[in-house]
Design a protein around this ligand. Structure first.
Ligand SMILES: Cc1cc2nc3c(=O)[nH]c(=O)nc-3n(C[C@H](O)[C@H](O)[C@H](O)COP(=O)(O)OP(=O)(O)OC[C@H]3O[C@@H](n4cnc5c(N)ncnc54)[C@H](O)[C@@H]3O)c2cc1C
Length: 474
């Protein structure tokens, strides 16, 4: 009888015999993919092409029952596990070498309840899929800005996007989750059930168990909104960003204005003569009526002579998918990010200096515009920390040719180092790469000690450690 090589949770080789594997296959309604299966190679691919991990098996779950059995099997045979939602995380923690990937990406159920204005979505749903089911009713769950991102990882880390200033983080709109703990127990966490766990999963990532579905409060958005992209030439960047900084001071919660710097991509909404040219600009969304938004946005549109002004009424889903073609799966990605206060003159100078040395036509520097409703919730109300930040600045470095990796990573690290004097500290776990585990404590600040206690209660053996890991030990 042949044996299958796997890895224990403490990274020692262990062999599984075929009978045990057959037992697992008989339990699982979805697929159990092995390296010999034709679908294995595509199933072990995630968004970041830099990640090349080879699991011993990929358990593609169809529902909570598969998740429960996969966890119980992994526990019984002491097999290393990782958990995959949308597979979008830059660090690649959804996969593991030689262990079991519990893959929820096929769990696509969405149920919208118009009576209670809520939606329940399974853990394999993407932001675009959720918007599709909610936008038909002019509703939305506040989330991120690229439609292919998974709701699971995004929600568990906090989640912010264009509507967060108006409606808060994704976790601020989370009512409950169903999840499977390290013991294979299925439970609900909410403000009235397993409250400690509910506090922890709102920012604490996948540390405490596997969420099978999320119940969200729905908010009114669009479906037609006022928004779009406006670009100026990079040689105007310093003046434009100073104007932007002053313009945004009194912005209402409805207005999100995300600054960005990059080389103009060959996107269909940009004239060909701009492609590859260094640009500075903003993406705007007004989460309110078009009539109310127009006079508020007008000064931004009247400033200088933009290269393009794509702001106007458009479907919210169009705005949400505007950046999708610039972040395709399988390209190489390296990310650094920092929480920042309002822009200072010195910060703007640093930003423009490093952006001008950008090494890849695909890389983007973007500032998630926070504040508003995000900042009006106490820091200890959820595990997510740093609600006082005005921005989360991301250096999203992107390239296609793997032989160029060193050059692009070097540019990112130097840029990030130069940002340090301006940072308010901390880190956003959803933007952390695989080489940033030393930032986990800082990401949670004063909430970290409580998170360790919850981890000790629900996963004392740290079964779920392929994530930005909160260790149960002191
Ligand atoms: C192009 C792009 C755009 C982005 N834009 C935004 C944005 O606008 N706003 C924002 O806040 N973030 C954004 N992010 C970051 C995003 O929130 C994280 O990458 C997030 O982790 C993605 O979730 P996922 O389910 O797709 O990831 P995965 O890679 O599947 O998982 C990420 C982590 O969560 C764990 N996990 C996944 N599913 C579960 C589950 N069901 N139960 C328990 N643990 C689980 C995994 O084990 C892993 O550790 C963006 C990322 C990318 C790549």
């Amino acid at each position: 009888m042949s044996k299958i090589k796997t890895m224990t949770t403490s990274y020692e080789e262990v062999f599984l015999n075929e009978n045990d594997l057959e037992k697992l296959k008989s339990l699982i309604q979805g697929d159990v993919l092995l390296p010999t299966d034709t679908e294995y190679d595509s199933a072990r691919r995630i968004w970041n092409g830099m990640i090349d991990k080879c699991p011993a098996m990929i358990v593609r779950c169809t529902g909570p029952a598969d998740v429960i059995d996969a966890v119980k099997f992994a526990r019984k045979h002491n097999i290393l596990v990782s958990v995959r939602g949308g597979g979008h995380n830059v660090a690649g923690n959804a996969l593991c070498d030689d262990g079991m990937v519990i893959d929820l990406s096929c769990m696509k159920g969405i149920h919208v309840d118009l009576k209670s204005n809520t939606a329940r979505a399974q853990a394999g749903v993407t932001l675009g899929e959720l918007d599709r089911e909610t936008q038909i009713f002019g509703l939305s769950v506040p989330s991120g800005i690229v439609t292919t991102t998974g709701i699971a990882g995004l929600t568990l880390g906090g989640g912010f996007g264009y509507t967060s200033r108006k409606y808060g983080l994704t976790i601020d709109n989370l009512i409950s989750v169903d999840m499977v703990t390290a013991n294979g127990e299925f439970l609900t966490a909410s403000n009235t059930e397993n409250e400690d766990l509910f506090w922890g999963i709102r920012g604490g990532g996948g540390n405490f168990g596997i969420v099978t579905s999320f119940e969200y409060k729905l908010q009114k958005v669009g479906p037609i909104v006022l928004g779009g992209m406006l670009l100026h030439s990079m040689d105007k960047a310093r003046e434009f960003l100073r104007f932007y900084r002053d313009f945004i001071v009194d912005a209402p919660d409805e207005l999100a204005v995300v600054p960005l710097l990059r080389l103009a991509p060959p996107a269909p909404f940009l004239p060909q003569k701009l492609h590859g040219k260094p640009v500075v600009g903003v993406i705007v969304l007004y989460t309110g009526s078009i009539e109310d938004g127009e006079p508020i946005i007008a000064p931004l549109r009247k400033y200088g002579t933009p290269l393009i002004d794509g702001i106007g009424p458009k479907p919210f889903q169009t705005l949400q998918s505007m950046l999708d073609t610039g972040v395709l799966p399988g390209w190489n990605y390296y990310v650094k990010s920092e929480y920042l206060p309002a822009f200072s003159d010195d910060f703007i100078d640093t930003l423009v200096e490093h952006a001008s040395k950008i090494t890849s036509p695909l890389s983007v520097i973007a500032g998630f515009h926070l504040g508003g409703a995000v900042s009006r919730i106490n820091e200890d109300s959820t595990a997510y920390n740093h609600r006082n930040a005005a921005y989360s600045l991301i250096l999203n470095t992107t390239w296609i040719d793997p032989s160029e990796s060193d050059k692009h990573i070097k540019w990112t690290r130097e840029f990030w180092k130069a940002l340090q004097p301006f940072s308010i500290g901390g880190a956003y776990v959803n933007f952390m790469t695989g080489d940033e585990s030393d930032r986990v404590a800082a990401a949670y600040g004063a909430n970290y000690a409580r998170l360790k206690q919850i981890k000790k209660k629900y996963d004392p053996e740290n079964i779920f450690h392929n994530n930005q890991n909160i260790k149960p030990t002191v």
